[in-house]
Ligand binder design. Structure first.
Ligand code: ADP
Ligand code: MG
Ligand code: ZN
Length: 496
């Protein structure tokens, strides 16, 4: 990973296709009635079907099919009226049947796309297909020395595999694609997208070529990368490894590699020669999956507002900037907090001008204070003492003039820290905004007297110094002065 190889990126084009495996939010597993739940004691959510006992028969979970269809519709895929299930064979201790039931010849969904936005601009990433399959169990290597354990709670959990076309051109684009895909799956309640718990995992297929070439280079597949940060790191490493190899005359081997988060490198797992032959064949115990047009229609009609539509609405109806709207929608729970709060204000305010002011304040408050506390402390700040009703009460004080905005912001942080309602803290701390003419006038005069040079400069035409005076007065009042009144008084005083 040298400086020079970074600058060489410009002479190479990166080509990436992603395969995402996401666990579906069903109550039970894909082919049996065992509970689909993370975190239970090992091997407590199992039955003869998901343990792969001979003679048992799979029965398809209708809810998993609906969730798959919903995800597909949200991404503009074509829903196959008939799709098929196949057995994919390989040996691994976490796969008791010796094969995984997947969809191969005819997947549930084909086509579709996702719009991404990066610094390089906006692009569509095409989706090749989405299909249903069952998850495998998990091998546990920690605990007793020299032993490994197998937990089959995850065996048979429904997965949707989402395969993109090789349309992605950089690590940033890959991460943006994954974030938007996860957002879409969460908004439609198809998956919780929890990456720590493994319900959203990603394989990266990556190759390089000279810009302008029409054929693709040989690709390497990096298996099971489980965080956005690791996806980015793994790609940067792999791009530089491939560039260095090709430029020193080596050939890229088609192989499967693993990313090691500790070293930040990818290392070979198996080559094409060692590639598994899965010997796909039709699953004899499951009939073709035939979907009625009415089921597809029902799912289409029950689709909620999608993240992209929400961003659009927040921009056009509420007047947010695109970047503010994107930040909000990226955190669904924050977007809900924001909109609920706005609704509350709205019911109390009738005039347009008043609403505009409230909207500005509330947007800035949510995107700075609430977002910071959310990042710092997690979802819990969005309910309880710092929940939306209490935040609105706090801002009401600012709008009513009895508290300054900066005081409100400070109080909110403390409220989150101390798990108290902000308004009770305001009372406890005896916070009030200084709005009295006399007091403010004294503050302004003191500031002007301390800064005679600046006053002269301002009067001589340096308009930009106005902010400096406001800041100085606010500082002198320790944030308590009512900034609007300060503005007014300063303007008068500075006139002459
Ligand atoms: P499989 O892994 O079953 O062989 P595919 O050949 O369909 O599946 O490809 C899997 C993924 O690899 C897809 O996301 C596809 O876009 C991507 N891909 C295919 N060829 C390349 C390539 N030359 N460079 C980068 N990605 C590729
Ligand atoms: Mg693959
Ligand atoms: Zn089971």
């Amino acid at each position: 990973m040298t400086e020079s190889s970074v600058s060489l990126w410009g002479q190479w084009e990166v080509v990436v296709g992603l395969e995402v495996h996401t666990q579906l939010l069903t109550k039970s597993k894909l082919f049996c009635r065992c509970e689909n739940r993370f975190g239970a004691p090992p091997n407590t959510l199992v039955c003869p079907v998901c343990l792969g006992h001979p003679g048992t028969l799979p029965v398809l979970n209708g809810e998993a099919v609906r969730l798959g269809v919903r995800a597909g519709l949200a991404a503009g895929c074509r829903v196959s009226p008939v799709s098929t299930f196949e057995r994919k064979h390989y040996f691994y201790p976490d796969l008791p049947k010796g094969y995984q039931i997947s969809q191969y010849a005819q997947p549930l969904l084909t086509g579709g796309s996702l719009r991404i936005r990066t610094e390089a601009g906006e692009r569509m990433i095409r989706i090749h297909r989405m299909h249903l399959e069952e998850d495998a169990g998990k091998n546990l290597h920690a605990g007793i020395p020299d032993r490994s354990h197998v937990d089959l709670n995850r065996a048979g959990v429904p997965l949707l595999e989402i395969v993109s076309e090789p349309d992605i051109r950089s690590p940033d684009e890959a991460v943006d694609y994954l974030k938007r895909l996860r957002q879409l799956l969460r908004a439609t309640k198809v998956s919780d997208g929890n990456m720590e718990e493994g319900s959203f995992r990603c394989d990266i297929n990556l190759s390089i070529r000279r810009p302008g070439t029409s054929v693709f280079g040989t690709r390497v597949e990096i298996k099971n990368v489980n965080s956005f940060r690791f996806v980015h790191k793994a790609m940067v490493y792999e791009i530089e490894r491939q560039i260095e190899a090709v430029e020193s005359g080596e050939k890229i081997l088609q192989e499967t590699r693993l990313f090691d988060p500790v070293s930040g490198r990818t290392k070979p797992m198996r080559s094409k020669e060692e590639a598994l032959d899965y010997r796909y064949f039709p699953e004899p115990d499951l009939p073709h999956l035939v979907l009625s047009p009415s089921l597809i229609e029902e799912e289409r009609l029950s689709l909620p507002e999608l993240p992209e539509q929400r961003v659009e609405r927040l921009c056009t109806e509420i007047g947010l900037s695109r970047s503010d709207a994107e930040i909000l929608v990226a955190e669904e729970s924050l977007a809900r907090y924001f909109e609920e709060g706005l609704e509350r204000f709205r019911s109390g305010i009738a005039d347009e001008e008043g609403l505009r002011k409230v909207r500005e304040r509330w947007t800035s408050f949510v995107l700075s204070e609430v977002l910071r506390e959310l990042n710092r402390r997690g979802e819990e700040v969005l309910s309880g003492p710092t929940g939306v009703t209490h935040a609105v009460d706090l801002l009401e004080k600012v709008l009513g003039g009895s508290l300054s905005f900066s005081q409100a912001k400070e109080v909110y942080g403390r409220a989150a820290e101390e798990k108290k309602t902000p308004v009770s803290l305001v009372e406890e701390l005896g916070l009030v905004q200084v709005s009295g003419e006399g007091e403010l006038l004294a503050l302004v005069e003191a500031v002007l007297a301390e800064n005679t040079e600046e006053v002269a400069a301002y009067r001589g035409g340096k308009d930009r110094l106005f902010g400096f005076f406001v800041g100085a007065v606010m500082k002198k009042s320790r944030g308590k002065a009512n900034p609007e009144k300060v503005n007014e008084i300063l303007r008068n005083k500075l006139k002459g």
